[in-house]
Every structure is written in C-alpha cells, then in structure tokens.
Design a protein around this ligand. Structure first.
Ligand code: SF4
Length: 206
C-alpha cells in the first residue's frame, strides 16, 4: 500500500465498450498511470503496491483510483500526456458490425463519431455522423458493415503531449480523434475543444 506521506493522486477509471456483431460487448477498464506514461488495465492497479484506494460510483462501478505514483508531475499543462485527459466511457464497434447497429449506437448515445476496431481491438477507422447522414440515415436498407463505410482515422498515442496532439489535429483538420495505446488499442477520444480548455486552465478531462 502507498505510504501516507506520499503525494496521493486521483486517476479516473475509463471504460471502453466494444460492440460485437452478435450485439454482445467487450468491456475494458483502464487507468492512465503517470508513473508509466501509459494506461494500465484496472487489474494491474488493483495489484499495484502504490494503490491507496479504489472508489466506485453510485452504481457500484469502478470510478477512480487513489494512488501515490511517485512522480513529480508536469509543470506545463501543454506537456501533459493526452491519456491523462481521458475519462468516462467510450463505445466503439468491431469492423464486422452491421451498419444498422452502428446507427443504433449513434442514436442511443447521441454520438458524433464512432471508432471502429479490429478483432484485436486496434483502431482501424472511424464512422462520423455526417457519413451516415450522407448515406441516408433513415434508410432501413443498409447492409454494409463498419469495414465498408469507415474512413481512416488520425489516431493519437496516449503518451503524446497535449500541445503536440492539438497541432496534429489542426494540421489534419480533425476535431475528434481516437486515443490509442502503443499497441494501437483504443482508450478514448480527444475532442479539440477539451484539449484547448485544458490548456486554458479549466482542467476538464475529455
Ligand atoms: S495504482 Fe499503480 S499502476 Fe495504477 S495508476 Fe497508480 S501507480 Fe500506476
């Protein structure tokens, strides 16, 4: 357990839900670890000697960890890793999920973008709300799967400083980008305004 005199930090637990073609969902709980500058499976935190407490939300789901990572932190907010800004839940689809299931996800969660992953949960593309509108959002005739309607994604590695990430997004004219591990697995998405708010000092996570 963490020593009481260590600096204790609160780190949010993120949830990535991946919809499979049969409608079931794979669930991955992660915590961005400042000590390792990468996200860790929640099970790794549970076994970590630096963990002080794991807190649940009102529904009993893991919400955050309190731990003593033993790092000094970053003085300049622009140098903070993108992964540290990710919080909450993201829903993604596997690339063989049918189009009607993607449209249902957009409606259920009021999304503007859905990330598409392969069987190893690595990001392979995105489907934007505008793409579906363009295809005829109300059409019940759609038969294609995510693989056939997605577009390439600008993915941001989780350890990338927020300043660099925002520059990459601006250069690519992207306002909403998947955030991935070194292995290419999805951990969340970054919206440019969330990053800009962070730089302004609001401290809000995405
Ligand atoms: S509990 Fe351990 S592995 Fe998890 S974020 Fe804290 S220092 Fe990192």
């Amino acid at each position: 357990m963490a020593c009481m005199k260590d600096h204790i930090e609160e780190r949010p637990v993120t949830l990535c839900e991946i919809v499979r073609p049969d409608g079931t969902r794979a669930r991955e709980l992660r915590v961005f670890c400042p000590r390792h500058s990468q996200s860790m499976a929640l099970e790794t935190c549970r076994a970590c000697p630096r963990l002080a407490e794991l807190r649940d939300d009102a529904s009993g789901s893991p919400a955050c960890v309190l731990c003593a990572p033993g790092t000094a932190g970053t003085a300049d907010p622009a140098d903070v890793a993108v992964g540290a800004l990710i919080s909450g839940q993201i829903s993604a689809v596997r690339n063989d999920v049918p189009e009607h299931a993607i449209r249902a996800l957009f409606v259920k969660h009021s999304l503007s973008l859905v990330v598409v992953v392969d069987h190893d949960h690595k990001v392979v593309g995105v489907v934007a709300e505008g793409d579906l509108i363009h295809r005829g959002f109300k059409s019940g005739q759609a038969a294609e799967c995510a693989d056939e309607i997605m577009r390439p994604a600008l993915s941001i590695r989780e350890e990338t400083p927020i300043r660099t990430a925002l520059l990459q997004m601006a250069t690519s004219r992207v306002r909403h980008a998947p955030v991935i591990t070194a292995a290419g697995e999805l951990i969340g998405t970054l919206i440019d305004v969330v990053g800009l708010r962070w730089l302004r000092g609001d401290g809000a996570r995405g």
